[in-house]
Design a protein around this ligand. Structure first.
Ligand SMILES: [Zn+2]
Length: 176
């Protein structure tokens, strides 16, 4: 269990979300329901949902194979749907519940979505038993990138910073 380290966000929130174990258990039960139902429907065994102010905002199920979208993880699907519901690219104040520990993609999506809290049921080891690469990718991120089979090459042309120059010079940009 100690082989992989979980990247975690620094705890900078002024007020920690109120944790209620019974409430967590109820929402997690729903994510598991979504995940099991998704298997029956031919999809991956993952379900997630977004809750804000005690209310369900949106649910998501893994849609990787159905949508031919390797990024359509349940958490990402739930985040996308929730943002459409609230009409905002930020889910600050919300909690992401998921049937399985978020993979690096989904954990980063949670960070980008600015949720206040992530709660999961199964973990990366359960996912590995199911044949999923969550654990492997966590271990990969813990290793020096030069050891990866995937080359990730920094090529820096002279105008590499032009997009950021344009961004910073744009008075009406929408910061996020
Ligand atoms: Zn994921």
């Amino acid at each position: 269990m100690s082989a992989a380290e979980t990247p975690t966000a620094p705890d900078t929130a002024g007020s920690a979300p109120v944790v209620d174990a019974a409430v967590d258990a109820r929402w997690l039960a729903r994510t598991i329901e979504l995940a099991v139902a998704n298997v029956a429907a031919g999809g991956g065994p993952f379900g997630a949902l977004i809750v804000r102010d005690g209310e369900l905002v949106a649910e998501g199920q893994n849609r990787v194979t159905a949508n031919l979208d390797p990024t359509a993880h349940a958490e990402v699907v739930a985040i996308r749907a929730a943002c459409q519901v609230v009409g905002d690219f930020s889910l600050a104040g919300a909690t992401l519940y998921t049937s399985c520990e978020p993979c690096p993609l989904c954990l980063a999506a949670a960070l980008w979505a600015r949720v206040d809290r992530v709660v999961y049921a199964a973990d990366r080891h359960d996912a590995a038993r199911g044949g999923f690469d969550d654990l492997e990718f966590y271990e990969l991120f813990g290793r020096d990138r030069s050891t990866w089979e995937l080359p990730v090459d920094a090529v820096r042309p002279g105008d590499a910073s032009a997009p950021f120059d344009a961004w910073l010079a744009h008075d009406h940009r929408t910061d996020y």
